[in-house]
Design a binder for this molecule. Structure first.
Ligand SMILES: Nc1ncnc2c1ncn2[C@@H]1O[C@H](COP(=O)(O)OP(=O)(O)OP(=O)(O)O)[C@@H](O)[C@H]1O
Ligand SMILES: [Mg+2]
Length: 336
């Protein structure tokens, strides 16, 4: 028997906790579990935002309320609880326009008489472009600091991996870009006869300014994301072989990025106490036996880190009432 902390106890043990992320295999219940966690946090008195960084938005469906593209929206029926579903197509559009401006500016400064169109196409057909836009949106929200706690319902593993990886790549890229821009500008200054005018131009250089601005917020985000007092990444799994394997892999990745881990939450556990197993159908008995086996495996693989077992509901999860019911299960320690 392995009785550890409950999710609620974990939260209480970390009074500075502000950013909570939920990851796991596709379809295991990340949206539902992060919504339940946000619901619990709001109940505990924290002004809470549940945000989705998943291009396929499902918060609206989980809460049965429309948040799509509406910005930060109070969740009806709840206190202290707000939802945010970012419309990625808008963000990507904004990024494309911004990129056209930046590339045009760059071409103009470099005296290259070429239209920016093809450059923008190359940059924006990159599969990481959408993730970069989402990542920036998430960071913008985090840095605004309007909430006590931010809960992020993240995308399936590959997306999240790239999302986390982006911050590292981004930082290196920005540092390089700033350095080469500074070098180019100082060369211009050296070669110029009208030093004062050029120095003024350099001080106001829009490319350098925006790169430095971006680097500042990425640095800040990186500091937040790797701070164990403020950030925790939780893993959602089902009591099944494949999602467990994904969590194992995911834990390694998250640790490689120095993101502090919170613990594991097992979703869709059949509430066996509701059945008389002597009389239950063999189908149900087998299912429960299989789950028991995998629950044991989970507790062995992640000793002391399993924070909750959430029950499999009779129907799919829709609406605040069902989410609040699941939030109750986050208050109790789990046992294998
Ligand atoms: N404990 C539960 N009991 C019953 N149904 C559940 C439970 N948890 C999740 N579901 C249902 O399972 C489906 C998938 O859940 P959810 O959307 O939260 O998964 P996800 O991991 O966020 O998926 P995706 O990877 O597509 O984002 C939904 O229809 C949801 O209502
Ligand atoms: Mg989801």
């Amino acid at each position: 028997m392995n009785v550890g902390f409950s999710f609620k106890e974990f939260i209480s043990s970390k009074p500075g906790l502000k950013y909570l992320f939920f990851g796991g295999k596709g379809g295991v219940g990340k949206t539902v579990v992060s919504s339940a966690a946000a619901c619990l946090l709001s109940e505990l008195g924290f002004k809470t935002l549940i945000g989705s960084t998943n291009p396929v938005h499902s918060l609206s469906s989980a809460f049965d309320q429309d948040f799509w593209g509406k910005g930060i929206t109070p969740i009806k029926g709840a206190k202290n609880l707000y939802a945010l579903e970012i419309d990625v197509s808008k963000t990507v559009g904004r990024y494309k326009d911004d990129l056209v401006d930046k590339i045009s500016m760059f071409l103009k400064y470099a005296d290259i008489p070429i239209k920016p169109g093809p450059f923008v196409e190359v940059a924006t057909t990159n599969p990481a472009f959408e993730e970069a836009a989402m990542f920036d949106d998430m960071i913008d929200v985090m840095l605004k600091g309007e909430f006590d706690v931010y809960v992020f319902d993240t995308a399936p593993v590959a997306h999240t991996y790239r999302l986390l990886g982006m911050s590292k790549v981004y930082e290196a890229w920005l540092a390089k870009m700033i350095k080469s821009r500074q070098e180019a500008l100082s060369l211009r200054l050296k070669l110029s006869f009208r030093k004062e005018k050029v120095a003024k131009e350099i001080a106001e250089d829009p490319l350098l300014k925006s790169a430095i601005e971006m680097k500042k917020s990425t640095d800040m985000a990186r500091r937040l994301l790797t701070d164990p007092e403020r950030t925790a990444f939780f893993f959602v799994t089902l009591p099944l072989a494949l999602p467990i394997a994904v969590v194992e892999r995911f834990v390694t990745w998250v640790k490689a990025f120095n993101i502090p881990t919170g613990g594991v939450i097992v979703n869709c556990v059949v509430p066996k106490e509701k059945f008389d197993l002597e009389k239950a159908s063999p189908y149900l008995v087998h299912k429960i036996e299989e789950q028991e086996h995998y629950l044991k495996v989970i507790h062995e693989k992640f000793p002391g880190e399993v924070l909750a077992h959430l029950p499999l509901m009779e129907t799919e999860v829709r609406g605040l009432e069902m989410i609040a019911h699941l939030a109750e299960a986050l208050k109790h320690p789990s046992r294998a």
